[in-house]
Design a protein around this ligand. Sequence first.
Ligand SMILES: Nc1nc2c(ncn2[C@@H]2O[C@H](COP(=O)(O)OP(=O)(O)OP(=O)(O)O)[C@@H](O)[C@H]2O)c(=O)[nH]1
Ligand SMILES: [Mg+2]
Length: 376
Amino acid sequence: MFETAIKPEKAILVGIIRKKETEETVYQNLNELAFLADTAGAEVIMRVTQKIDPPNSRTFIGSGKLKELVDICVEKEPDLIIFDDELSPTQIRNLDRELKCKIIDRTSLILDIFAKRAKTAQARTQVELAQYQYLLPRLTRMWTHLERQRGGIGLRGPGETEIETDRRAIRNKIAVLKRKLESIDRQNTVQRGQRTQKVRVALVGYTNAGKSTTMNFLSKADVFAEDKLFATIDTTVRNVVIDQITFLLSDTVGFIRKLPHKLIESFKSTLDEVREADIIVHVADISHPDFEQQLHTVNQTLEEMNVHHKPTLLLLNKMDKLEPDAEAFRFSSPHPHLFVSVTKRINTEKFRQLLLQMVVETYRKVYPHYPLKVTD
Ligand SMILES: Nc1nc2c(ncn2[C@@H]2O[C@H](COP(=O)(O)OP(=O)(O)OP(=O)(O)O)[C@@H](O)[C@H]2O)c(=O)[nH]1
Ligand SMILES: [Mg+2]
Protein backbone atom coordinates (compact mmCIF):
# COMPACT_ATOMS: atom_id res chain seq x y z
CA MET A 1 0.00 0.00 0.00
CA PHE A 2 2.84 2.34 0.86
CA GLU A 3 4.81 1.37 -2.18
CA THR A 4 2.96 3.64 -4.57
CA ALA A 5 3.59 6.62 -2.32
CA ILE A 6 7.34 6.04 -2.13
CA LYS A 7 9.49 7.85 -4.67
CA PRO A 8 11.06 5.31 -7.06
CA GLU A 9 14.71 4.65 -6.35
CA LYS A 10 17.01 6.04 -9.05
CA ALA A 11 19.09 3.29 -10.58
CA ILE A 12 22.11 3.05 -12.86
CA LEU A 13 22.49 -0.22 -14.79
CA VAL A 14 25.90 -1.71 -15.50
CA GLY A 15 26.58 -4.47 -18.02
CA ILE A 16 29.75 -5.86 -19.49
CA ILE A 17 30.32 -7.04 -23.05
CA ARG A 18 32.22 -10.32 -23.12
CA LYS A 19 34.32 -11.51 -26.07
CA LYS A 20 31.61 -13.69 -27.57
CA GLU A 21 28.86 -11.12 -27.10
CA THR A 22 27.78 -8.38 -29.44
CA GLU A 23 26.75 -4.90 -28.35
CA GLU A 24 23.24 -5.76 -29.54
CA THR A 25 23.02 -8.77 -27.18
CA VAL A 26 24.17 -6.68 -24.25
CA TYR A 27 21.71 -3.95 -25.22
CA GLN A 28 18.88 -6.51 -25.08
CA ASN A 29 20.20 -7.88 -21.79
CA LEU A 30 20.15 -4.41 -20.28
CA ASN A 31 16.64 -3.85 -21.62
CA GLU A 32 15.61 -6.90 -19.68
CA LEU A 33 17.47 -5.69 -16.59
CA ALA A 34 15.67 -2.35 -16.94
CA PHE A 35 12.34 -4.19 -17.09
CA LEU A 36 13.31 -6.13 -13.96
CA ALA A 37 14.33 -2.88 -12.23
CA ASP A 38 11.03 -1.31 -13.23
CA THR A 39 9.14 -4.31 -11.87
CA ALA A 40 11.03 -3.89 -8.58
CA GLY A 41 10.01 -0.23 -8.47
CA ALA A 42 13.19 1.54 -9.60
CA GLU A 43 13.60 4.26 -12.18
CA VAL A 44 16.53 3.67 -14.52
CA ILE A 45 18.39 6.93 -15.10
CA MET A 46 21.43 5.65 -16.97
CA ARG A 47 23.13 2.61 -18.47
CA VAL A 48 26.85 1.97 -18.45
CA THR A 49 28.63 -0.76 -20.43
CA GLN A 50 32.21 -1.91 -20.77
CA LYS A 51 33.98 -4.41 -23.02
CA ILE A 52 35.87 -6.64 -20.61
CA ASP A 53 36.54 -10.37 -20.53
CA PRO A 54 37.05 -11.85 -18.05
CA PRO A 55 35.52 -9.42 -15.58
CA ASN A 56 37.86 -7.94 -12.99
CA SER A 57 37.93 -10.31 -10.01
CA ARG A 58 38.10 -7.45 -7.49
CA THR A 59 35.77 -4.85 -8.94
CA PHE A 60 33.98 -6.62 -11.82
CA ILE A 61 34.53 -3.65 -14.16
CA GLY A 62 37.99 -2.30 -14.98
CA SER A 63 39.65 0.45 -12.92
CA GLY A 64 39.16 3.16 -15.58
CA LYS A 65 35.46 2.41 -15.87
CA LEU A 66 35.15 2.37 -12.11
CA LYS A 67 36.62 5.89 -11.89
CA GLU A 68 34.16 7.01 -14.55
CA LEU A 69 31.33 5.49 -12.54
CA VAL A 70 32.49 7.24 -9.35
CA ASP A 71 32.19 10.60 -11.18
CA ILE A 72 28.79 9.64 -12.56
CA CYS A 73 27.61 8.80 -9.04
CA VAL A 74 28.72 12.17 -7.73
CA GLU A 75 26.87 13.93 -10.52
CA LYS A 76 23.69 11.85 -10.74
CA GLU A 77 23.30 10.73 -7.12
CA PRO A 78 21.67 7.38 -7.83
CA ASP A 79 20.08 5.36 -5.02
CA LEU A 80 21.41 2.12 -6.34
CA ILE A 81 23.62 0.58 -9.01
CA ILE A 82 22.47 -2.68 -10.55
CA PHE A 83 24.94 -5.05 -12.20
CA ASP A 84 23.65 -7.47 -14.84
CA ASP A 85 25.65 -10.42 -13.46
CA GLU A 86 25.96 -12.10 -10.12
CA LEU A 87 28.77 -10.37 -8.20
CA SER A 88 31.09 -12.14 -5.78
CA PRO A 89 31.08 -10.97 -2.13
CA THR A 90 34.53 -9.39 -2.70
CA GLN A 91 33.34 -7.51 -5.78
CA ILE A 92 30.29 -6.17 -3.94
CA ARG A 93 32.45 -5.06 -1.02
CA ASN A 94 34.98 -3.26 -3.21
CA LEU A 95 32.37 -1.61 -5.41
CA ASP A 96 30.45 -0.57 -2.33
CA ARG A 97 33.53 1.06 -0.87
CA GLU A 98 34.46 2.93 -4.06
CA LEU A 99 31.03 4.00 -5.19
CA LYS A 100 29.46 4.68 -1.79
CA CYS A 101 26.11 3.64 -3.14
CA LYS A 102 23.91 0.59 -2.74
CA ILE A 103 25.22 -2.10 -5.08
CA ILE A 104 22.96 -4.92 -6.09
CA ASP A 105 23.32 -7.58 -8.73
CA ARG A 106 20.91 -9.32 -11.05
CA THR A 107 20.40 -12.16 -8.59
CA SER A 108 19.40 -9.98 -5.66
CA LEU A 109 17.13 -7.94 -7.93
CA ILE A 110 15.31 -11.11 -9.05
CA LEU A 111 15.13 -12.35 -5.46
CA ASP A 112 13.66 -9.00 -4.45
CA ILE A 113 10.90 -9.28 -7.05
CA PHE A 114 10.21 -12.86 -6.04
CA ALA A 115 9.96 -11.80 -2.38
CA LYS A 116 7.48 -9.10 -3.28
CA ARG A 117 5.31 -11.39 -5.38
CA ALA A 118 5.34 -14.75 -3.61
CA LYS A 119 2.05 -15.47 -1.88
CA THR A 120 1.74 -19.11 -0.89
CA ALA A 121 3.66 -20.53 2.06
CA GLN A 122 5.64 -22.68 -0.32
CA ALA A 123 6.74 -19.88 -2.62
CA ARG A 124 7.52 -17.59 0.32
CA THR A 125 9.62 -20.24 2.00
CA GLN A 126 11.44 -20.99 -1.25
CA VAL A 127 12.27 -17.34 -1.81
CA GLU A 128 13.32 -16.80 1.79
CA LEU A 129 15.60 -19.82 1.61
CA ALA A 130 17.21 -18.55 -1.59
CA GLN A 131 17.65 -15.08 -0.04
CA TYR A 132 19.41 -16.45 3.04
CA GLN A 133 21.63 -18.65 0.89
CA TYR A 134 22.55 -15.61 -1.17
CA LEU A 135 23.13 -13.52 1.93
CA LEU A 136 25.29 -15.98 3.86
CA PRO A 137 28.64 -15.40 2.11
CA ARG A 138 27.90 -11.69 1.76
CA LEU A 139 27.26 -10.83 5.39
CA THR A 140 30.47 -9.04 6.30
CA ARG A 141 30.34 -5.27 6.40
CA MET A 142 27.82 -5.06 3.61
CA TRP A 143 26.11 -1.73 3.18
CA THR A 144 27.34 -0.58 6.59
CA HIS A 145 27.19 3.09 5.69
CA LEU A 146 23.66 2.90 4.34
CA GLU A 147 20.49 3.72 6.14
CA ARG A 148 19.48 0.16 6.58
CA GLN A 149 16.14 0.95 8.17
CA ARG A 150 14.95 2.28 4.83
CA GLY A 151 15.17 -1.08 3.13
CA GLY A 152 14.21 -0.74 -0.49
CA ILE A 153 15.26 -2.78 -3.48
CA GLY A 154 17.71 -5.54 -2.66
CA LEU A 155 17.24 -5.03 1.06
CA ARG A 156 13.71 -6.32 1.39
CA GLY A 157 13.10 -9.65 3.03
CA PRO A 158 15.59 -11.21 5.39
CA GLY A 159 18.43 -8.80 4.51
CA GLU A 160 16.52 -5.99 6.10
CA THR A 161 16.22 -7.28 9.63
CA GLU A 162 18.90 -9.90 9.93
CA ILE A 163 21.88 -8.25 8.32
CA GLU A 164 23.62 -7.89 11.67
CA THR A 165 23.05 -11.36 12.96
CA ASP A 166 25.90 -13.77 12.68
CA ARG A 167 26.37 -16.55 10.21
CA ARG A 168 25.35 -19.19 12.70
CA ALA A 169 21.90 -17.65 13.04
CA ILE A 170 21.55 -17.56 9.26
CA ARG A 171 22.66 -21.20 8.98
CA ASN A 172 20.08 -22.18 11.59
CA LYS A 173 17.44 -20.26 9.71
CA ILE A 174 18.40 -22.04 6.47
CA ALA A 175 18.05 -25.40 8.19
CA VAL A 176 14.62 -24.47 9.58
CA LEU A 177 13.42 -23.25 6.18
CA LYS A 178 14.65 -26.43 4.50
CA ARG A 179 12.71 -28.53 7.01
CA LYS A 180 9.63 -26.40 6.48
CA LEU A 181 9.93 -26.82 2.72
CA GLU A 182 10.33 -30.57 3.07
CA SER A 183 7.14 -30.73 5.05
CA ILE A 184 5.26 -28.58 2.49
CA ASP A 185 6.71 -30.80 -0.26
CA ARG A 186 5.40 -33.91 1.46
CA GLN A 187 1.91 -32.39 1.66
CA ASN A 188 2.10 -31.42 -2.01
CA THR A 189 3.22 -34.89 -3.06
CA VAL A 190 0.19 -36.31 -1.27
CA GLN A 191 -2.05 -33.77 -3.00
CA ARG A 192 -0.53 -34.53 -6.39
CA GLY A 193 -1.01 -38.24 -5.72
CA GLN A 194 -4.69 -37.62 -5.14
CA ARG A 195 -4.98 -36.04 -8.55
CA THR A 196 -4.32 -39.36 -10.26
CA GLN A 197 -5.90 -40.65 -13.41
CA LYS A 198 -5.93 -37.30 -15.09
CA VAL A 199 -3.66 -36.03 -17.83
CA ARG A 200 -1.51 -33.14 -16.68
CA VAL A 201 -0.48 -30.25 -18.86
CA ALA A 202 2.13 -27.73 -17.73
CA LEU A 203 2.50 -24.23 -19.11
CA VAL A 204 6.14 -23.20 -19.26
CA GLY A 205 7.96 -20.33 -20.88
CA TYR A 206 9.98 -17.19 -20.52
CA THR A 207 8.66 -14.65 -18.04
CA ASN A 208 5.99 -12.34 -19.52
CA ALA A 209 5.37 -14.63 -22.53
CA GLY A 210 1.68 -15.04 -21.70
CA LYS A 211 1.45 -18.25 -19.64
CA SER A 212 -1.09 -16.91 -17.13
CA THR A 213 -3.10 -15.33 -19.95
CA THR A 214 -3.19 -18.74 -21.65
CA MET A 215 -4.20 -20.37 -18.36
CA ASN A 216 -7.03 -17.86 -17.98
CA PHE A 217 -8.15 -18.43 -21.54
CA LEU A 218 -8.26 -22.21 -21.19
CA SER A 219 -9.66 -22.44 -17.69
CA LYS A 220 -11.57 -19.19 -17.31
CA ALA A 221 -9.64 -18.90 -14.04
CA ASP A 222 -8.66 -15.57 -12.67
CA VAL A 223 -4.89 -15.83 -12.56
CA PHE A 224 -2.92 -12.63 -12.09
CA ALA A 225 -1.43 -11.60 -15.44
CA GLU A 226 0.27 -8.32 -16.16
CA ASP A 227 2.97 -6.67 -18.17
CA LYS A 228 5.66 -7.08 -15.55
CA LEU A 229 8.32 -9.71 -15.16
CA PHE A 230 7.51 -12.53 -12.77
CA ALA A 231 3.85 -11.72 -12.29
CA THR A 232 3.47 -15.36 -11.30
CA ILE A 233 5.60 -16.95 -8.60
CA ASP A 234 3.12 -19.36 -7.11
CA THR A 235 1.99 -22.44 -8.95
CA THR A 236 -1.68 -22.67 -9.87
CA VAL A 237 -3.35 -25.89 -10.95
CA ARG A 238 -6.79 -25.88 -12.55
CA ASN A 239 -9.20 -28.39 -13.96
CA VAL A 240 -9.83 -27.67 -17.63
CA VAL A 241 -12.63 -29.19 -19.67
CA ILE A 242 -12.60 -29.13 -23.46
CA ASP A 243 -15.36 -31.00 -25.27
CA GLN A 244 -16.13 -32.96 -22.11
CA ILE A 245 -12.53 -34.12 -21.70
CA THR A 246 -11.04 -33.08 -18.37
CA PHE A 247 -7.36 -32.53 -17.71
CA LEU A 248 -5.21 -30.61 -15.24
CA LEU A 249 -3.40 -27.47 -16.27
CA SER A 250 -0.63 -25.83 -14.24
CA ASP A 251 0.82 -22.34 -14.50
CA THR A 252 4.17 -21.72 -12.84
CA VAL A 253 6.98 -19.24 -12.47
CA GLY A 254 8.57 -18.05 -15.71
CA PHE A 255 12.13 -18.77 -16.75
CA ILE A 256 14.74 -16.10 -17.30
CA ARG A 257 18.28 -15.88 -18.61
CA LYS A 258 20.89 -16.26 -15.85
CA LEU A 259 18.32 -17.45 -13.31
CA PRO A 260 20.08 -17.56 -9.95
CA HIS A 261 21.35 -21.03 -9.31
CA LYS A 262 20.24 -21.09 -5.69
CA LEU A 263 16.79 -20.04 -6.74
CA ILE A 264 16.39 -22.94 -9.16
CA GLU A 265 17.50 -25.22 -6.37
CA SER A 266 15.00 -23.89 -3.89
CA PHE A 267 12.28 -23.83 -6.54
CA LYS A 268 12.74 -27.51 -7.34
CA SER A 269 9.42 -28.47 -5.80
CA THR A 270 7.54 -25.79 -7.77
CA LEU A 271 9.03 -27.25 -10.90
CA ASP A 272 7.79 -30.72 -9.93
CA GLU A 273 4.55 -29.78 -11.68
CA VAL A 274 6.54 -29.52 -14.89
CA ARG A 275 8.49 -32.69 -14.18
CA GLU A 276 5.34 -34.68 -13.55
CA ALA A 277 3.40 -33.27 -16.50
CA ASP A 278 2.37 -35.50 -19.41
CA ILE A 279 2.31 -32.64 -21.90
CA ILE A 280 4.18 -29.35 -22.00
CA VAL A 281 2.83 -26.19 -23.59
CA HIS A 282 5.76 -23.87 -24.14
CA VAL A 283 4.46 -20.31 -24.45
CA ALA A 284 6.86 -17.93 -26.22
CA ASP A 285 6.55 -14.24 -27.12
CA ILE A 286 7.23 -14.26 -30.87
CA SER A 287 7.08 -10.46 -30.98
CA HIS A 288 9.97 -9.99 -28.55
CA PRO A 289 13.20 -8.74 -30.16
CA ASP A 290 15.10 -11.28 -28.10
CA PHE A 291 12.76 -14.14 -28.97
CA GLU A 292 15.43 -16.63 -30.13
CA GLN A 293 17.53 -16.15 -27.01
CA GLN A 294 14.45 -16.57 -24.80
CA LEU A 295 13.50 -19.75 -26.63
CA HIS A 296 17.03 -21.04 -26.14
CA THR A 297 16.97 -20.25 -22.40
CA VAL A 298 13.69 -22.10 -21.91
CA ASN A 299 14.78 -25.10 -24.00
CA GLN A 300 18.02 -25.28 -22.07
CA THR A 301 16.18 -25.19 -18.74
CA LEU A 302 13.80 -27.92 -19.92
CA GLU A 303 16.81 -30.01 -20.90
CA GLU A 304 18.43 -29.45 -17.51
CA MET A 305 15.20 -30.62 -15.92
CA ASN A 306 15.24 -33.62 -18.23
CA VAL A 307 11.71 -33.00 -19.49
CA HIS A 308 12.58 -32.12 -23.09
CA HIS A 309 11.38 -35.47 -24.41
CA LYS A 310 7.82 -34.98 -23.26
CA PRO A 311 5.20 -34.19 -25.93
CA THR A 312 5.50 -30.43 -26.34
CA LEU A 313 3.45 -27.82 -28.14
CA LEU A 314 5.20 -24.54 -28.84
CA LEU A 315 2.79 -21.63 -28.71
CA LEU A 316 4.18 -18.62 -30.56
CA ASN A 317 2.12 -16.01 -28.78
CA LYS A 318 1.54 -12.26 -29.32
CA MET A 319 1.44 -12.59 -33.12
CA ASP A 320 -0.91 -9.58 -33.11
CA LYS A 321 2.10 -7.40 -32.32
CA LEU A 322 3.87 -8.40 -35.55
CA GLU A 323 3.51 -6.83 -38.97
CA PRO A 324 1.97 -9.35 -41.42
CA ASP A 325 5.26 -9.59 -43.36
CA ALA A 326 7.48 -9.82 -40.26
CA GLU A 327 10.59 -11.97 -40.42
CA ALA A 328 9.43 -13.75 -37.26
CA PHE A 329 6.62 -15.46 -39.20
CA ARG A 330 9.30 -17.43 -41.03
CA PHE A 331 10.12 -19.23 -37.81
CA SER A 332 9.86 -22.95 -38.23
CA SER A 333 10.63 -25.96 -36.09
CA PRO A 334 10.43 -29.73 -36.54
CA HIS A 335 8.26 -29.79 -33.40
CA PRO A 336 4.56 -28.93 -33.25
CA HIS A 337 4.14 -25.17 -33.11
CA LEU A 338 1.39 -22.66 -33.69
CA PHE A 339 1.25 -18.89 -34.10
CA VAL A 340 -1.42 -17.40 -31.84
CA SER A 341 -2.55 -14.30 -30.06
CA VAL A 342 -4.25 -15.36 -26.86
CA THR A 343 -5.51 -11.87 -26.00
CA LYS A 344 -6.80 -11.16 -29.53
CA ARG A 345 -8.10 -14.72 -29.86
CA ILE A 346 -6.25 -15.41 -33.08
CA ASN A 347 -5.83 -19.15 -33.73
CA THR A 348 -6.88 -19.88 -30.16
CA GLU A 349 -9.60 -22.32 -31.23
CA LYS A 350 -7.03 -24.20 -33.30
CA PHE A 351 -4.81 -24.27 -30.23
CA ARG A 352 -7.59 -25.69 -28.04
CA GLN A 353 -8.27 -28.43 -30.57
CA LEU A 354 -4.58 -29.27 -30.99
CA LEU A 355 -4.15 -29.47 -27.23
CA LEU A 356 -7.29 -31.59 -26.92
CA GLN A 357 -5.86 -33.98 -29.51
CA MET A 358 -2.64 -34.34 -27.50
CA VAL A 359 -4.61 -34.84 -24.29
CA VAL A 360 -6.78 -37.55 -25.87
CA GLU A 361 -3.70 -39.34 -27.24
CA THR A 362 -2.14 -39.27 -23.78
CA TYR A 363 -5.30 -40.66 -22.17
CA ARG A 364 -5.28 -43.53 -24.66
CA LYS A 365 -1.63 -44.28 -23.96
CA VAL A 366 -1.26 -43.57 -20.26
CA TYR A 367 -4.75 -43.98 -18.81
CA PRO A 368 -6.44 -46.49 -21.13
CA HIS A 369 -9.32 -46.91 -18.69
CA TYR A 370 -10.28 -43.27 -18.70
CA PRO A 371 -13.81 -43.08 -20.11
CA LEU A 372 -13.23 -40.98 -23.22
CA LYS A 373 -16.50 -39.74 -24.58
CA VAL A 374 -15.19 -38.41 -27.87
CA THR A 375 -15.97 -40.12 -31.08
CA ASP A 376 -13.50 -39.91 -33.89
N1 LIG B 1 -0.33 -8.11 -27.43
C1 LIG B 1 -0.48 -9.23 -26.73
N2 LIG B 1 -0.23 -9.24 -25.41
C2 LIG B 1 -0.38 -10.40 -24.75
C3 LIG B 1 -0.81 -11.60 -25.38
N3 LIG B 1 -0.84 -12.57 -24.45
C4 LIG B 1 -0.46 -12.02 -23.27
N4 LIG B 1 -0.20 -10.70 -23.44
C5 LIG B 1 0.22 -9.72 -22.40
O1 LIG B 1 1.52 -10.04 -21.96
C6 LIG B 1 1.68 -9.69 -20.58
C7 LIG B 1 2.21 -10.87 -19.81
O2 LIG B 1 1.25 -11.89 -19.75
P1 LIG B 1 1.22 -12.96 -18.58
O3 LIG B 1 0.13 -13.93 -18.92
O4 LIG B 1 1.21 -12.30 -17.25
O5 LIG B 1 2.64 -13.64 -18.81
P2 LIG B 1 3.33 -14.81 -17.96
O6 LIG B 1 4.03 -15.66 -18.95
O7 LIG B 1 2.33 -15.47 -17.08
O8 LIG B 1 4.39 -13.95 -17.14
P3 LIG B 1 5.07 -14.24 -15.70
O9 LIG B 1 4.06 -14.77 -14.77
O10 LIG B 1 5.56 -12.88 -15.35
O11 LIG B 1 6.20 -15.20 -15.97
C8 LIG B 1 0.30 -9.23 -20.12
O12 LIG B 1 0.28 -7.82 -20.14
C9 LIG B 1 -0.64 -9.81 -21.17
O13 LIG B 1 -1.83 -9.05 -21.32
C10 LIG B 1 -1.09 -11.55 -26.79
O14 LIG B 1 -1.47 -12.51 -27.43
N5 LIG B 1 -0.90 -10.34 -27.40
MG1 LIG C 1 2.26 -15.58 -15.06
